[in-house]
Design a protein around this ligand. Structure first.
Ligand SMILES: [Zn+2]
Length: 131
């Protein structure tokens, strides 16, 4: 699973970079945002889809290969997490809410997965027009 910011649509590169800078300014003592996924290959998408269905684990996606905005190159979505001292990752929903609010202050072309009605996906941000 790719984490390279260069694999993102340029609008998302700017959106992430600006929101991460704003986050550091507003919340310097909080865990800081990092990219955990940009582009995901079709094979990786099908592996993820199998999780909770034909493979062990919890269901984490309803998208098969080609149906996720991560499957495009450049990618039309990114996932984030937050890093605390000791390089530990943090997925506290409050952190995602803060980041999403800062991002939305500057962009109206990105949708946050925390606003999805069917399947809340807090780490996920995608272009509104990705389809
Ligand atoms: Zn995602």
């Amino acid at each position: 699973m790719g984490k390279n910011i260069k694999d993102l649509d340029v609008r998302l590169q700017i959106a992430f970079t600006n929101a991460a800078e704003d986050f550091k300014k507003h919340y310097p003592n909080d865990p800081q945002p990092i990219l955990t996924c940009t582009h995901r290959s079709n094979e990786e998408q099908n592996d993820l889809y199998a999780q909770g269905r034909t493979k062990p684990g919890k269901i984490v996606t309803n998208a098969k290969a080609g149906q996720s905005p991560h499957n495009f190159l450049p990618a039309r979505a990114f996932d984030i997490a937050f890093v605390k001292p000791g390089n530990l990752l943090d997925w506290n929903p409050e952190l995602f809410k803060k980041f999403a609010t800062l991002l939305a202050n500057k962009r109206n072309d990105v949708r946050w997965g925390g606003t999805f009605t069917s399947f809340k996906d807090y780490p996920h941000f995608e272009l509104k027009d990705w389809k």
